[in-house]
Design a protein around this ligand. Structure first.
Ligand code: PSU
Ligand code: MN
Length: 303
């Protein structure tokens, strides 16, 4: 296999069954504007450290996966224009051409699993896009959850996606969708989608038990744990839904397609909400880090 650069602190933790949480870099390079992207990435790492968990931000530099980027590398990923967005299909090309690339949920899962990291914290996952009946735009994140052994903690999926179809797809793919202290699938910027998750989990211990049962019984694939944004940071339903509808119309008019769709929608929604959606986005990621840290610790404890 390709060589991989595992940060010594991460390596040490993994060897000693100490908790490590993986973090993605597409959220840095393509999910938020500079400098908030870098600030947020470093704050998320600090939340993990404050809970005695080692952060491992993942990205690709000169064709080599980095597991545990340095603050300097995070800064570069946040401000350098032209860093690509690599999902599963891009990896062999990025490796062969020795390119830099930010990793999506799918490719971060692949690299995390290769490094031996079970828990991965992010904001939102990709899913089935609205209109996918025509466009076939379904994020590779969903297929990855079906086959790669990593638990992803997110704030649900954004309403830029078709949430009912995203849940159907995950069901077909055999991915457990769990609600952390909720029965309802959270919708990223808001706590409510009107859709049910498969199961509610009540605490960290229960989450770790489910993860370990899945591994013990060789039930391949990921687990999706959805954690609602704290009420005080949630957006007003009308405001966010209007912004989402408008952003979707703009994407359509401007012919935005493929891997550009998600970054375009996120950026446009930030503009349309005067930055409010960015603040919600930051807060929900920090909140996911809290929950992810405790779950990672429980997994180590119960192992
Ligand atoms: N959702 C967000 N912020 C993000 C992404 C999703 O709120 O930055 C990124 C993640 O890296 C995710 C990717 O894996 O977008 C999905 O892109 P696509 O829909 O092209 O698969
Ligand atoms: Mn897509």
């Amino acid at each position: 296999m390709n060589s991989m650069k595992i940060n010594p602190e991460v390596q040490q933790a993994l060897l000693n069954n100490k908790p490590v949480v993986a973090l993605e870099s597409t959220i840095i390079s393509h999910g938020m504007p500079y400098p908030k992207n870098v600030e947020t990435a470093l704050r998320v790492e600090q939340v993990l450290r404050d809970h005695d968990v080692v952060p491992a931000t993942i990205g690709i530099i000169d064709g080599e996966p980095i597991v545990g980027m340095t603050p300097e590398e995070i800064e570069l990923f946040g401000k350098t224009k032209g860093i690509g967005k690599a999902s599963r299909r891009d990896l062999p090309v990025i490796y062969a051409k020795k390119l830099w690339a930010a990793t999506t949920v799918a490719s971060t899962m692949i690299i995390a699993a290769q490094a031996g990291i079970e828990v991965f914290v992010t904001g939102g996952i990709g899913g089935v896009h609205r209109g996918a009946q025509e466009t076939m735009d379904i994020s590779a994140d969903l297929q990855e959850l079906a086959k790669t052994n990593v638990t992803v903690i997110c704030a649900g999926a954004k309403a830029i996606l078709d949430l009912p179809l995203t849940l159907e797809y995950l069901e077909t793919m055999g991915v457990p969708v769990l609600g952390f202290q909720t029965k309802e699938l959270p919708a990223f910027y808001t706590r409510h989608s009107g859709l049910k998750v498969d199961y509610e989990i009540e605490n960290y211990q229960e989450a770790a038990k489910i993860i370990l049962e899945k591994r013990k019984n060789s039930l391949l694939g990921g687990i999706l744990i959805t954690n609602p944004i704290p009420e005080k940071y949630a957006m007003d339903d009308n405001i966010i839904n209007n912004a989402i509808d408008k952003a979707l119309r703009m994407a359509d008019e401007q012919g935005i397609k493929g891997k550009d769709t998600t970054p375009f929608l996120l950026k446009t929604i930030v503009e349309l909400t005067g930055g409010d959606s960015l603040e919600s986005n930051i807060q929900l990621v920090l909140n996911n880090a809290l929950v992810g840290a405790e779950i990672a610790k429980e997994v180590c404890k119960q192992k």
